[in-house]
Design a protein around this ligand. Structure first.
Ligand code: PLP
Length: 231
């Protein structure tokens, strides 16, 4: 994609984001775009950064490594894919946020590696609200017991909650999933299980980001609609 084509797309996305913010009485600044570059080249990822999309989301360390090495601190790196316990060592200390914390064994390993490096690991808890078998994430009943156990893991800080809605031909149908994630965040905060407030709601992708914004998304993860799909 040429830079010019990219700019046109970015403008279209920007208009849709702004309109969704306006419909729901939210400020534009309350929603941040994470540009998901997993389907595109290093060059396209660089273009995204040059256009101001400095939050970059990727799913697999093997794929992101060349981009991470080339772009480095010019971007804030978000790990949004399923994370195997034996891959924690690759991502810890490199990604500002891990969006896919969904089980205790993973939390233990993240905490262990973060302590070794002397860093805090900012994580989002991934929930499978729709209950689809193909989706990662914990069931919502597991959330409170999970958070209670996190007290033992001082190197983990919970920045927010993350979910993926099922793909729907009619994006409106994703609304209950996003609404539920917001309610769960608000319940966590009301119970004060953590010594700080959990803020971020990472929800909404190319197909459904406007509905997610209307339901309170603070981070939308945009791949295809923003950076396209190559190769
Ligand atoms: C690939 C991916 C995205 C972006 O998907 P698009 O539909 O192309 O916007 C967002 N979030 C996660 C977790 C992904 O794996």
């Amino acid at each position: 994609m040429s830079l010019q084509q990219f700019e046109v797309r970015a403008r279209e996305v920007e208009e849709r984001v702004a309109a969704a913010c306006e419909r729901s009485g939210r400020s534009r600044e309350s929603v941040q775009v994470i540009a998901v570059t997993k389907y595109v080249s290093l060059e396209t990822a660089r273009q995204a950064v040059s256009l101001g999309y400095t939050r970059i989301g990727e799913n697999r360390w093997q794929d992101v490594k060349p981009k991470w090495e080339a772009i480095g601190d010019a971007a804030e790196w978000h790990f949004i894919g399923h994370l195997q316990t034996n891959k924690v060592k690759d991502v810890i200390g490199k990604f500002a946020y891990i969006h896919s914390l969904d089980r205790m064994s993973l939390a233990n390993e993240i905490n262990r590696k973060a302590e070794q490096l002397g860093v805090t690991a900012n994580c989002l808890i991934q929930l499978n609200i729709s209950g689809e078998e193909s989706k990662f994430g914990m069931a919502e009943e597991q959330l409170v017991p999970f958070v209670e156990q996190l007290k033992e893991l001082p190197a983990i800080r919970i920045a927010g909650l993350m979910t993926m809605a099922p793909y729907e031909m009619e994006p409106e149908q994703t609304r209950p999933v996003f609404r539920r994630l917001r309610e769960l965040r608000d319940e966590l905060n009301a119970r004060a299980l953590l010594p700080y407030q959990v803020q971020q709601l990472s929800m909404g992708m190319s197909n459904d980001f406007e509905i997610a914004i209307e339901e309170g998304a603070t981070w939308i993860r945009l791949g295809t609609v923003l950076v396209g799909k190559e190769g």
